[in-house]
Write a protein that binds this ligand. Structure first.
Ligand code: ZN
Length: 389
């Protein structure tokens, strides 16, 4: 009922009734959306398209440029039931708040969009193994990468066929037979929504990074999952393997994404980790601990950090807790504060760091480092030896 209320500005009541009947009779076969446009394939390969743009005043959004391959828009610009059915499919409940919003706008702000973008960036062809497993009542998509990234999705066979058509293909198996209309339709959506700069690039046979990502098969998968798995039902947790895992809270077999460990933070930072119960700590301060080793002849420089709660950790040991640019410890993420250039001791310097090179080093380096050494009662004696040598 609410659909009628929202759509009455653009469609006559009898058109909406016919559109609803079309959907009930399952005559809508493919629904695609891309940026601010959407398309529908109905019975007899009739295609409809529409743009959804931000509105002004009482309309938060506006359906514009409705187009159908079979029908001509009425004299008053009123569109047919194919376009109306497409418009109905374009509306989704916004964050379970009982308010209808176009999928195009909801997706742009969604976690699924971020997941799709991450997958497009990470799952490069040639570095990714895609396998479609056929089962009695469903298909299972399995995507693996040496980086540790693993993606499993359970789908109906029609959905699997659609996604194969949009590029998620198993190199060992021929893709399911496609309707010839799907790929050209997806391309047309991309062309219709391209910016002026992107059109210029397309004419030169090139593409923008954004368009490349938007057209990636992984973004098509993300759009599909957005329509079927609400992002608020997705949980984020640490898997036994030490990798972060995204999966639906209830029906766990539908979707599972294990992140590539050293590329975890790239996605996690965008998903608001605090909303999943994780803490974000201020950057940890780095410092060097300088001491003699057991035989008393060599000085050992240890890179350490101090967390906001005062706890100190050896960075080498902490490496096991690293997920890209962030460390994860006791349910909290933190990064390291940069070290001022004058306080840095690089690896080369560590290698040559001996008792005899110390005076030279301390002259070049800061006074804080020198001060640390002086605190060691053994040092005051050995330093003299060093200077004398
Ligand atoms: Zn029509």
């Amino acid at each position: 009922m609410e659909y009628n209320l929202v759509l009455k500005t653009w469609f006559k009541p009898q058109t909406l009734k016919k559109a609803l009947a079309l959907l009930h009779k399952k005559q809508a076969h493919h629904f695609l959306f891309f940026r601010h446009a959407a398309a529908l394939v109905c019975e007899d390969d009739i295609t409809a398209m529409v743009n959804i743009v931000t509105g002004t005043g009482k309309h938060k959004f506006v359906f514009r440029d409705g187009w159908c391959s079979q029908c001509v828009a009425g004299k008053t610009g009123q569109h047919c039931h194919h376009v109306a059915a497409l418009a109905m499919l374009c509306l989704c409940e916004y964050e379970k708040k009982n308010r209808l919003q176009p999928v195009t706008m909801a997706f742009a702000d969604s976690h699924w969009q971020k997941i799709g973008h991450y997958l497009s960036e990470r799952l490069k062809p040639g570095q990714t193994t895609i396998t479609w497993h056929e089962n009695a009542d469903h298909m299972r998509l399995s995507v693996l990468q040496e980086s540790g990234l693993s993606l499993q999705v359970r789908l109906h066979s029609e959905a699997a066929a659609e996604l194969q058509g949009l590029g998620i293909t198993d190199k060992n198996k021929p893709p399911a037979k496609q309707k010839d209309i799907l790929v050209p339709l997806a391309q047309e959506l991309a062309q219709k929504t391209a910016t002026e700069n992107e059109r210029a690039l397309l004419q030169r046979g090139s593409t923008s990074k954004q368009m490349h990502n938007d057209q990636s098969c992984w973004m098509w998968l993300a759009r599909f999952l957005f329509l079927h798995l609400p992002a608020e039902d997705i949980s984020l947790s640490l898997h036994d393997s030490g990798r972060f895992m995204l999966r639906p809270s209830g029906q766990t077999e539908l979707f599972e994404l294990l992140l590539a460990r050293h590329h975890s933070w790239e996605l996690l930072r965008q998903l608001d980790p605090e909303s999943y119960g994780f803490c974000l700590l201020p950057p940890a301060q780095q410092f060097n601990r300088v001491q003699f080793n057991d035989d008393g002849n060599t000085i050992v420089v240890e890179n350490r950090c101090r967390l906001s709660d005062g706890t100190r950790h050896n960075l080498a040991t902490l490496e096991k807790q690293r997920y890209g640019s962030r460390y994860f410890l006791n349910n909290s993420f933190f990064t390291l504060a940069p070290v001022p250039p004058e306080e840095r001791i690089d690896e080369e310097e560590k290698k040559v760091l001996s008792l005899f090179s110390l005076p030279a080093l301390t002259e070049k380096k800061n006074h804080r480092f020198y001060g640390l050494l002086q605190c060691d009662p053994r040092f005051s004696q050995t330093q003299q030896t060093g200077s004398a040598g």
